[in-house]
Design a protein around this ligand. Structure first.
Ligand code: DGJ
Length: 731
């Protein structure tokens, strides 16, 4: 048990932010505060640094010192059970954040507090850095805590510096280490596969370690993304309970360990997965870990998600406050079977539909081994002369003639063994030299650890833009995982997974330096890749190839906890049994696109889509930048309902769906709104009314915001009205 002393207070204050240092005789408190929360570090007389609190901030910073002594959970045998960054091989008995082998072969590490500093970046952002050092070995670690005050988001990462005379091997190198005290903890995690992304599971955390991880290398989230939630004491609901969201901003192998220890406290350690990735650090070299992001809410999941979404739009997602292009994609309309003429027809359809851009998907390239299926051609990024005798340039020009923009699909990290690229550069391919090749979708991954491959991948994008300066959009796909991980280029194979991701980011950096704003969709055979590192370079992501609208209601619901609607590419396709209205309504809940044969639409369906696009253009500022409130959960009710409300609370758009086709199901009860102004009066009318039908909503009625939030509004969902979109308008 720590001994407590009377304390002397010294706090640094500056506008909007309060960060500081509370000095206690032999105890130092470092409170890292956001608008509603505090993450509190405490240094004891022996320079051990602990994380003693992460929760709602206290009115008096001086009270933080009393937190630890208020818990009587049992004996502390090591002095480091609640370490801010758990080192292994000395006193520690729990899961470590860092494990090293020193230059002399010794495996022990102890990290003691040396100093702390706070750097203010703006009125909303400050970085606290904590320097730690091993008292015996010359190894330093700096922990970073970057706060986004208004959004209640904290970004954590570490730097590990080798000041020893020889190489140090990092066996484990986490980004962050949290320690939470509570009565009980509930984990919401996600699993998936192709077309089954973001399947949630919630369970009470039991003693021992629960690991969320991936070892796939690329398309890393295919089976499990790094996003998760931990509810404290009881499972949080949309509006109640304390809940922490966490995710590693990293596009490769990640690992998050959640360890409920013998004191009943929860240690969360997250970082790059150390699976076959021991990292050799040369003298004076620094290893910087990717950022681990958290947001904490004491008023349920809704607040946490709105905070994370607005953080993403303000600070992370490329062009998060900007605009997006609606589009018509040809993937499901044609697959690989098209030529210039067919595409000219689709360009006319793009204009007819009323969307901004035509997106040409897979199949436009390769000549020796034409890309007429997914078995050949990947890597040979020259236009297929048979399909496109006049090249992309002629398509871009025809798009201009139709007053629409033109975008294109690429998958530049990959190669089919049946390709000229593979023939010319077998050494650029990730594979084991002595083993048989093994394929995912008939393809292999290029070795982005190799700078020549980085140049090649950059060149694929650069050449497209150089040859077609008016190219307006890129869909960047990534369909394969890494089997047989091995780089001919690298001397140390343990560095492979890490160097791959570094190589990828280097390419993306170069692309963004030269083409800072061109919209790019992050696709990975669906949502196998989205994360907050990749989204610095991409304006949107493809949540799943599964576009069945019923499935999408569930999937988009889960994604919305972590990612803003503006980043979610939702396309209307022929998946599912629902009518075009239902499909379009669901796709309008994010960034709208279509992947249908426009000429197959009935006149009424076409008219419906055209009108819906106009309505979308009117409401997209609210969908993209408004606050999102989940009103009725499809997993708990027969009706799913979600509303987006503008910052000034004057405009809203609500989406309601029947998700259960049992007899008599529908919106039996009114659905309570959230996020309106109780003192404002509102009118509610129906949008996206299918041609020839009439809305059952009385658009003339006026409601008090107070009524809509306490009693609610019935969208009149039933088997004849399975999808209802409502406009909410303040008088
Ligand atoms: C997988 C993507 O998810 C699809 O949208 C499509 O682009 C195909 N790849 C093309 O091969």
């Amino acid at each position: 048990m720590r001994t407590l002393y009377n304390m002397k207070l010294s706090v640094t204050l500056f506008s909007g932010l309060m960060v500081g240092l509370l000095q206690v005789k032999s105890q130092t408190i470092i409170p890292i505060e956001t608008k509603h929360n505090a993450l509190v570090l405490q240094v004891d007389a022996k320079a051990n640094i602990a994380m003693v609190y992460y929760g709602p901030k206290l009115a008096a910073q001086s009270d933080y010192i009393n937190i630890v002594s208020s818990y009587k959970q049992g004996s502390e045998y090591t002095g480091v059970v609640d370490a801010a960054y758990t080192a292994s091989g000395s006193r520690n008995l729990m899961e470590p954040a860092i494990t090293v082998t020193h230059a002399d072969g010794n495996n022990s590490l102890d990290l003691l507090f040396v100093s702390h500093a706070v750097k203010k970046e703006s009125d909303n952002i400050a970085i606290t850095s904590i320097v730690l050092k091993d008292p015996v070995y010359n190894l330093k670690t700096i922990l970073y805590y970057k706060i986004y005050y208004n959004e209640d988001v904290i970004e954590q990462w570490s730097e590990i510096k080798n000041n020893e005379k020889g190489n140090v091997t990092l066996q484990k190198f986490a980004s962050a280490n949290l320690y939470l005290r509570g009565n009980s903890f509930y984990l919401t995690q996600y699993h998936g596969d192709w077309a089954k992304e973001m399947q949630p599971e919630e369970s009470k955390i039991t003693h021992g370690i629960k690991t969320l991880d991936t070892k796939l290398g690329t398309r890393a989230n295919l089976f499990q993304p790094s996003v998760f939630m931990v509810s404290m004491d009881k499972p949080a609901t949309e509006t109640e309970g304390t809940v922490l969201y966490g995710t590693l901003a990293y596009s490769g192998n990640f690992r998050t360990d959640l360890e409920l220890d013998y004191l009943d406290n929860l240690r969360i350690i997250s970082g790059i997965n150390n699976y076959v990735s021991a990292y050799t650090l040369k003298p004076n070299e620094v290893f910087t870990t990717p950022a681990f992001l958290t947001t904490l809410s004491s008023s349920g999941k809704g607040t946490a998600s709105r905070n994370l979404q607005s953080w993403a739009r303000n600070y992370r997602l490329l062009d998060g406050k900007g605009t997006r292009l609606t589009l018509l994609n040809n993937w499901e309309a044609t697959y690989f079977d098209f030529d210039e003429n067919k595409l000219f027809g689709l360009l006319k359809d793009t204009k007819k539909l009323g969307v901004d851009l035509f997106l040409l998907d897979d199949g436009w390239f390769a000549n020796k081994y034409p890309r007429n299926g997914d078995v050949a051609g990947l890597g040979d990024w020259a236009e297929n002369k048979k399909k496109l005798p006049n090249g992309i340039a002629s398509l871009v020009k025809e798009a201009e003639n139709n007053e629409v923009k033109f975008g294109i699909w690429i998958e530049p990290e990959m190669v089919n063994p049946k390709s000229e690229l593979y023939e010319k550069h077998p050494d650029w391919v990730v594979k084991q030299p002595k083993r048989e090749e093994f394929y995912f979708r008939n393809q292999l991954v290029l070795d982005l650890a190799n700078p020549k491959v980085q140049d090649f991948v950059f060149g694929v994008v650069d050449d497209l833009f150089k040859q077609n300066p008016n190219l307006a959009y890129i869909k960047w796909d990534c369909n394969a995982v890494i089997y047989n991980a091995h780089s001919v280029y690298l001397k140390n194979q343990s560095h492979f997974y890490i160097e791959y991701v570094r190589g990828l980011y280097q390419v993306l950096e170069r692309i963004r330096k030269k083409y800072p704003t061109v919209p790019m969709m992050l696709c990975s055979g669906g949502g196998g890749r989205v994360d907050y590192a990749a989204l610095q370079y991409f304006t949107e992501f493809w949540p799943s190839d599964n576009t069945d609208p019923l499935e999408r209601i569930f999937m988009q619901w889960e994604y919305s906890y972590f990612y803003p609607a503006i980043s979610s590419s939702n396309h209307v396709t022929d998946w599912g049994k629902q009518p075009i209205k239902f499909r379009t309504d669901v796709a309008m809940m994010g960034k709208l696109g279509f992947d249908i044969v426009v000429s197959h639409l009935s006149p009424n369906d076409l008219k419906f889509c055209q009108d819906a696009i106009k309505t979308y253009n009117e409401f997209k500022p609210v969908i993209w930048q408004g606050d999102q409130y989940r009103l009725s959960n499809p997993r708990e009710s027969s009706v799913a309902s979600m509303v987006y409300i503008s910052e000034d609370k004057k405009t809203g758009i609500a989406f309601n769906y029947l998700v259960n086709n049992r007899y008599g199901e529908g919106s039996k009860l009114p659905i309570k709104f959230h996020g309106l102004d109780a003192s404002k009066k509102y009118k509610i009318s129906e949008l996206n009314v299918y041609p020839g039908t009439k809305s059952s909503i009385d658009a003339a009625k006026v409601y008090n915001g107070d009524f809509l939030m306490k009693i609610g509004f019935n969208p009149d969902i039933n088997q004849y009205r399975t999808s209802v979109v409502l406009k909410i308008e303040a008088l």
